[in-house]
Design a protein around this ligand. Sequence first.
Ligand code: C5P
Length: 230
Amino acid sequence: MSRAANPICVALDFADEEMVRSTANAVAPFAGVFKVGLTALYGAGTDLVGDLAKDRPVFVDAKLHDIPAQVEGAMTSIAELGASYVTVHAAGGFDMVKAAVGAAGAGLEVLAVTVLTSLDDAEVDKLGFAGTTEDGVLRLAERALDAGAHGLVCSPLELAALRGRFGDAADLVVPGIRPAGAGADDQRRTLGPREALDAGATLLVVGRPITAAVDPATAARRMLESIAAR
Ligand code: C5P
C-alpha cells in the first residue's frame, strides 16, 4: 500500500450496528478507510463489512492470536467479507502469521500487531519482554515480516526505528493518534497525526478523537485539514 490520498482510518468502535453505519456515513467525506474492531464485530456482526466496503476500504481489526490451524480457519472466512486489511498478533509466531497470510489470499493485506499502544514501558517490562518496548516491537516486526506479513501495527513512537530497520518494505499502521489537546483515554504511546505521518506512518487509526466528539464529521474534517496543512 502506498500512502493513501487520505490516510485517516476511522475506528468505528460501536457495538450497535446503527451507530457504526451512521457514524461511517457522517465521517465518510473525511475518512480514507473504515475500521471495525472487536466491539463492532462481536456486537454488530460481520455482515456490515461488505456494506461499508461499498463506500471505503474496510479494515477488519480481528487481532487473531491462536494456533495456526484456527487462525487459518478464521482468516478463510474473513477473506470472504470484502475487507482490504486484517490484523493478527505478531506474538502468535511465525507459523501462525504464515498461515494467516496464506489464507488471506490476494487483495487482503495482513497487518501484524506488534506491542499494543495501550501498554506503557512499565507494563511491557512486567510482561517479561526482554529489553525496551522498542526492542520488543522490532523483534516481533522482524519475525512477522519474515513470515510474510504485509505490514505492521505499531505505536507512532516506534515509526522511526521501524523505518530505519525495514525501510519502505512494510506498511506501518498506527493507532494511538491524539491531536493536541485530546485526552489519551487508555492509550499510552501516542503522537499527533501530522507528526506520525512525518515519522513514516502509512495509515493513521483514529477512534475516539473523532467518534466520541460532539460532531464526528467536524472532528474528522479538522484532522484531515491538520494533516494537509504543512
Ligand atoms: O479510540 P482510539 O483512537 O484510541 O482507537 C484506537 C483504535 O485502534 C481502536 O479501535 C483499537 O482497537 C485499535 N488499536 C490500538 N492499538 C493497537 C492496535 C489497534 O489501539 N496496537
